[in-house]
Design a protein around this ligand. Structure first.
Ligand code: M6R
Length: 609
């Protein structure tokens, strides 16, 4: 999951490349680099370990200029984060290349290229690709031909962009398994891993298909399919309203995104805010497909997987439809026995997560009736390849830790529950009540945001801790999982979630005064059971941090710290408790001084397996 930007223009492009990298940093941020062909047809390059800001410093101290260039922000897969392993990589002192993805046969290729005399200066899988290009160019082939011949040798996933000093106006690029989009300008052309990187320079985009190779100059754009034949791909005009990634008054994107949840939830409700739910919100073919659905299989990763786990409770309990949920990296390789008439639902904020995409691609008919994706990014790969689409309207989520994407996914699932439930005997009154409750959700979330100061005070107890347990029951068990994921992801505190009833089957052994135990304890059917579980913690010297809306049930006392939550309709509680746990993690991380928006070792969009 790295970020690629490339440009070929009649004007100087270094600042365009840097701005593109800043916008792509969510894809990886352990090192960055760029290469340009200058006026004298020499390659100029900067590479740095660290974030794009470090690269910018090198550029301001020693500017490199040119009208044709490539740039890269990296999330290391092969080879540690270092300047040597940063992209671009160079071969034969003439060709430079950036790569996103993984080359699976790099070991054999490296051996072969070494035997031919190519010298390797990095530990990356990418370097074999640039030497293959060098090999072709040295044999007298054009840059386009060199790229077409090179990709035939590669196994794995890649988006590639290359420049060569003997083709000083040209960028060639290729895509297989990793996203790449062409930005079409006037007298200039661009490429990037995500259109967002190019919104500063164009609003016209071409989404490449798997196997495509592109040759771009300022005035020409040619695309070739896998078989080498020229092809025409559709051009899409994106609305002029550029989404500005701006923190505004907030110290971090994560905090801004937590606070944006009331408006993101309203936007996601869309027409339901003041009208009925219509099947077409899921796509033109939704009604016909939904009519046949007997079971649902949800597949996703990380936070999106947690949304799926919550949805299982709703689909089974409210809609009466059997539902399975699995992480995509397991689902895609498992030999499954599929129920008949199953709807595959993938969930992905980015719409580009490699495992989720592979799961969709593997799950074809007759195993599945069809596919629905719940995604936040229009035109993403999952959106383009699914039969039905529900777009969450959370707006750009920049913080690596997913917040508003998750809660809007929950809304999408509640709407899906209604749409499918209607066909399985969901009472009209209950449907109406649920939709009415949903319309009030933004207001309830707003009330949780007002608890920010109290949650911040509670967070102080976690700063010196190294571990934490999160407990929940029923539909709130996945909310405890999401709370634990948020805490570990941004504060680096080891956090695990358990269904509270499981405590005595092992994890109780961990409980002592140094292990804070966070309880998601809404007033529901399982509250009394949960209380008994919490007593087990207390009587073993554990410190409890209880989020509860029935404060009568809990009192602030020795070892028990209660955070009173608004008393909202039961089905909205998973959303409200999530927001409270997001704030808890945020404040712990803030006080620990970690990089909240770009936690170590992670990237926002995981486009490698
Ligand atoms: O874009 P996706 O929703 O497919 O991403 C899946 C996970 O990588 C993502 O949810 C990840 O777990 C978040 N960073 C957690 O906050």
């Amino acid at each position: 999951m790295c970020g690629i930007v490339a440009a070929t223009a009649r004007r100087e492009v270094s600042e365009i490349l840097l701005e593109g990298l800043r916008r792509l940093e969510y894809r990886g941020y352990d090192s960055a680099g760029m290469a340009l062909i200058d006026n004298e047809h020499h390659l100029q390059m900067h590479k740095q370990q660290g974030k794009v800001a470090v690269l910018e410093q090198s550029q301001s101290m020693q500017p490199i200029l040119g009208c044709v260039g490539i740039a890269h922000t990296r999330w290391a897969t092969h080879g540690e984060p270092s300047a040597a392993n940063a992209h671009p990589h160079i071969s034969s002192q003439r060709v430079a290349l950036v790569h996103n993805g993984i080359i699976e046969n790099h070991v054999q290729l490296r051996k072969e290229l070494k035997a031919e005399g190519f010298e390797f200066t990095s530990a990356t899988d990418t370097e074999v690709v640039v030497h293959l290009l060098g090999q072709q160019l040295n044999a007298g082939h054009s840059l386009l031909h060199a790229m077409q011949a090179t990709v035939k040798r590669l196994e794995g996933a890649y988006a590639l962009a290359a420049i060569d000093i003997k083709h000083p106006e040209e960028v060639v690029a290729a895509r297989e398994g990793s996203p790449l989009v062409v930005g079409v300008g006037i007298g200039e052309n661009f490429l990037a891993s995500d259109q967002m990187a190019l919104r500063q320079v164009t609003d016209r985009f071409i989404y490449l298909e798997e196997g495509d190779v592109v040759q771009a100059t300022p005035t020409h754009l040619s695309i070739f399919a896998r078989n080498g034949e020229p092809v025409t791909r559709a051009q899409t005009m994106i609305s002029a309203a550029v989404e500005v990634a701006d923190r505004g008054e907030f110290e971090h994107f994560m905090l801004k995104e937590i606070y944006e949840q009331p408006s993101a939830l309203s936007a996601t409700l869309g027409a339901v805010a003041d009208g009925p739910l219509i099947d077409e919100q899921f796509g033109a073919e939704a009604a016909a497909l939904f009519d046949q659905v007997e079971t649902v299989q949800i597949v996703a990763c990380g936070t999106s997987f947690h949304a799926g786990l919550v949805a299982r409770y709703w689909l089974e309990d409210i809609a009466g439809i059997p539902c399975d949920v699995e992480v995509a990296s397991e689902f895609r390789y498992r030999k499954r026995k599929q129920h008949a008439n199953t709807l595959l639902v993938t969930v992905s904020q980015s719409g580009e997560t490699a495992d989720t995409l592979a799961a969709l691609r593997n799950a074809t008919e007759p195993q599945f009736l069809g596919s629905l994706v719940i995604s936040n990014v229009d035109n993403s790969s999952l959106v383009r390849e699914s039969d039905l689409v529900f777009l969450t309207r959370a707006g750009a989520e920049i913080g690596v830790a997913s917040t508003k994407a998750f809660t809007t996914q929950l809304v999408a699932f509640l709407l899906l529950t209604v749409a499918l439930g209607r066909r399985h005997g969901l009472d009209e009154k209950i449907e109406q009540q649920l939709l009415d409750e949903l319309r009030e959700l933004p207001r309830w979330v707003d009330q949780v945001l007002q608890l920010d100061r109290d949650i911040q005070r509670m967070s102080e107890a976690f700063i010196q801790k190294h571990h934490a347990l999160f407990l929940g029951r029923g539909v709130h068990y996945p909310i405890a999982m999401e709370g634990a994921l948020k805490l570990k992801e941004i504060s680096y505190i080891h956090a695990e979630a358990y269904p509270a009833g499981e405590l005595k089957h092992g994890p109780l052994a961990l409980v002592d005064a140094d292990m804070p135990v966070v309880a998601v304890a809404p007033n529901d059917d399982l509250l009394e059971k949960l209380k008994s579980n919490l007593e087990e913690v207390r009587s073993r010297g554990g410190e409890l941090y209880v989020f509860a809306d029935n404060v009568d049930g809990f009192q602030d006392e020795q070892q028990v710290h209660v955070l009173p939550m608004p008393h909202c309709p039961e089905r909205l509680k998973p959303v409200l408790y999530t927001v409270a746990l997001q704030l808890l993690s945020y404040h712990v991380a803030l006080q620990k001084g970690t990089d909240v928006d770009k936690p170590r070792n992670l990237a926002k969009s995981v486009t490698v397996e």
